[in-house]
Design a protein around this ligand. Structure first.
Ligand SMILES: Cc1cc2nc3c(=O)[nH]c(=O)nc-3n(C[C@H](O)[C@H](O)[C@H](O)COP(=O)(O)O)c2cc1C
Length: 353
């Protein structure tokens, strides 16, 4: 049997499959189901100090779409090409209850050699620092700090901040880093001209790992009603996001080196996708949409599929991190193939008389 363990800095996970934060881990039952499915870690639904961010959950809406953007039934296992378009909010629980629940669940997680990770979403940095201190005091072992949730421009003023400026990324992370000693994973936006630079800024601020990358903001027109689907902009993701995330994972690894642990998120739907993210440079992978739409069994299956892959390759999980990222060539180094482009255009385009 291959060794599935991976290292996120000082945190050793029993396997690279992390249940990412979403509506399925608002409740104790959800977190326990994810632990029961064998996830190496479970990130609980995020919180912050803003009431508007909690209320936003009651204004949330979700629609799964096929490749033609037609609605799919929720509840049936989604096809591979499904996209999730939605707007979401934060945990409805008051901070104290959320913290008690998270700390208790992290204690439970120890018994199955897993972690339950606390998750803060940035609004006001001083409030985030104060909450981070309480999280550490409560004994939770890992903190994820999401400074790149996609809804910053859409939510009520300041309820959620999408940080896109490298300088502020570094400063926010440093503020939390100086206040707590616990392992700090920083989740960053993908809505940036240079996601790798934001990862570097998070590292410079003291992040132990960078989780990349947040989903895209999108607008989906309904052509019958001639209105925006769900009435607003929303976050969008699908299996198609995977190569976009892999690009930034590999680029972060190239520019920052392999000593900064990266955690992939945004596009993983099964165990093969977990492997793809790892080959691109991720040490572990957070899955959210696949679990929300397909159930917690998706996590167990992903662990099994990754194990089978490693078994076939006679490799351990740690050995595959970045293997593909480290082979990405430059355009100018590729062999010349004069005229090859002709094979890739419609015939009429070559009919020059
Ligand atoms: C409905 C929904 C709710 C989410 N809630 C949170 C959250 O509370 N905190 C957070 O850090 N990320 C949140 N995310 C982001 C996911 O954890 C994940 O990083 C993202 O969806 C990309 O991964 P995926 O393709 O596996 O869904 C949410 C995503 C979705 C779709």
């Amino acid at each position: 049997m291959p060794d599935l363990a991976v290292d996120i800095g000082a945190v050793a996970l029993k396997n690279p499959v992390i249940c990412g934060a979403g509506e399925h881990v608002i409740t104790r039952a959800g977190v326990r189901a994810a632990l029961g499915a064998g996830a190496g870690a479970v990130v609980v639904k995020s919180t912050n100090e803003r009431q508007e961010a909690k209320e936003q959950l009651d204004r949330a809406d979700y629609t799964l779409r096929d490749a033609d953007w037609h609605p799919l039934d929720w509840g049936a296992p989604p096809p591979r090409d499904a996209s999730l378009f939605c707007r979401s909010g934060l945990t409805p629980l008051p901070f104290d209850q959320w913290l008690d629940m998270t700390a208790a669940l992290d204690r439970e997680a120890r018994t199955v050699d897993a972690y339950v990770v606390a998750s803060l979403i940035l609004a006001d940095i001083d409030a985030a620092v104060a909450m981070a201190r309480q999280i550490e005091q409560a004994g939770v072992r890992v903190l994820e700090f999401n400074i790149g949730a996609p809804y910053g421009d859409e939510a009520s003023d300041g309820a959620i901040v999408t940080e896109r400026a490298a300088g502020r990324v570094r400063d926010h992370v440093a503020a939390v880093r100086q206040s707590v000693a616990m392992p700090l994973w920083v989740k960053i936006t993908g809505q940036s001209e240079n996601v790798a630079a934001l990862a570097g800024a998070a590292r410079d601020g003291g992040a132990d790992a960078v989780v990349m990358m947040g989903r895209a903001l999108a607008l989906l027109p309904d052509i019958e009603a001639m209105t925006p689907v769900l009435g607003t902009n929303g976050g969008l993701g699908g299996a198609w996001s995977l190569p976009l995330t892999c690009y930034w994972l590999a680029r972060a690894r190239r520019t920052l080196g392999d000593s900064l642990p990266l955690i992939g998120t945004n596009g993983a739907r099964n165990g093969a996708d977990v492997v793809r993210f790892m080959l691109a440079g991720a040490s572990a992978v957070e899955m959210c949409t696949a679990v929300m739409t397909g159930g917690f069994g998706v996590l167990r299956q992903a662990v099994e599929e990754a194990a089978n892959y490693l078994d076939d390759k006679e490799m351990n999980a740690r050995d595959i991190v970045g293997v593909v990222a480290d082979q990405v060539g430059r355009f100018g180094d590729q062999p010349l193939r004069p005229g090859a482009w002709r094979n890739f255009v419609p015939g009429e385009a070559l009919d020059d008389g």
